[in-house]
Write a protein that binds this ligand. Sequence first.
Ligand code: SF4
Ligand code: SF4
Length: 358
Amino acid sequence: MIGLEGLRELFYLLSESYKVIAPTLRDGLLVYDHVKDFESLALGYKNVEGPALYAVEKASNGYFTYTHPANSPKAFLHPPELRLMKVRRSDGALSFEMERVEKKYCFFDVRACDLSAIKILDRVFLEKNSHPDPYYKSLRERAFIVAVNCTYRTSTCFCNTMGTGPEVKGGFDLLITELEDSFLLEVGSERGEKMVSLLEKKERTEERHFEEKERKLKYLKDSIEEFFDREGLAQRLYGKMDSSHWEHIEKRCLACTSCTQVCPTCFCFDIVERNSLESDCSERIRLWDSCFSPSFATVHRFNLRQSIHSRYRQWLMHKFAYWVDQFDSFGCVGCGRCITWCPAGIDIRQEVRRLAYG
Ligand code: SF4
Ligand code: SF4
């Protein structure tokens, strides 16, 4: 068990060894960013979300009173722009510099949905990949994860429908649950154990603290509506490939790519060459791509998915059907970000429910 001072001590202990990435308030948004001071954490704020709706308020009591930031750990483990290689020409000879990724991140405050998203990215980039990604591998192996159990939800959360939350189950170094007047600290790895051994401001944990944790989690879980049944969902959706409902979605979808940008599991990227005007240097850059972009499915100058409904179908079917065949899991963790950040207010839960069960 730790109190607020113990939490502060833990934060600074982690800052000695890691670049701490944590939720902080920036331009009216809760975002993951590099946080150097304990006071800059977003503790005591609350996010209010709905379809195409977002606001941050001061919470009336508590510290971990929000759900998750607008961005996700993906922005650091699989950054939007990453230089892979630099080629220089000097005295007629070319030299090649490969990018070395050596950052040591501590993700401080990762919720159950985002932890599941990291496990999905592990499968995509490492475990189910015949060419494991060295950049992702390097960042992932060094990352220290402090997970936090949610005690609050927004109207867009559907982690229980996707079986990813709200309770954190494995995959963390340390796990925090906020109780009435303290924080329950649980250890999930040797690294986590070592970190706790360095803490001075800690107290003995008693059985009643675990009972309080269970009560809080049950209360939260019971408050989140189940939207659809995951059992047989992929097969139901495969049967709806020609549904007229896709065209109904096209009338609303702007193909703006917001949903794929905020999604913690969308991993598609493009690789481009960036040349200097002097022609003595060229960089190979990896950039996030999106299945909503017209260039995404363009092969030999022909776009295989010209209509917006075919792009939306690709996005939804990948998350809820193709992904199951490719990676043995759904590609959606129920974080709800795509619902909040869709300017047209398209709610993926409702679209899946209408398509599969309508
Ligand atoms: S599809 Fe939407 S709800 Fe599912 S993980 Fe991606 S952003 Fe979250
Ligand atoms: S579903 Fe919404 S966020 Fe996604 S591309 Fe369409 S309009 Fe943009």
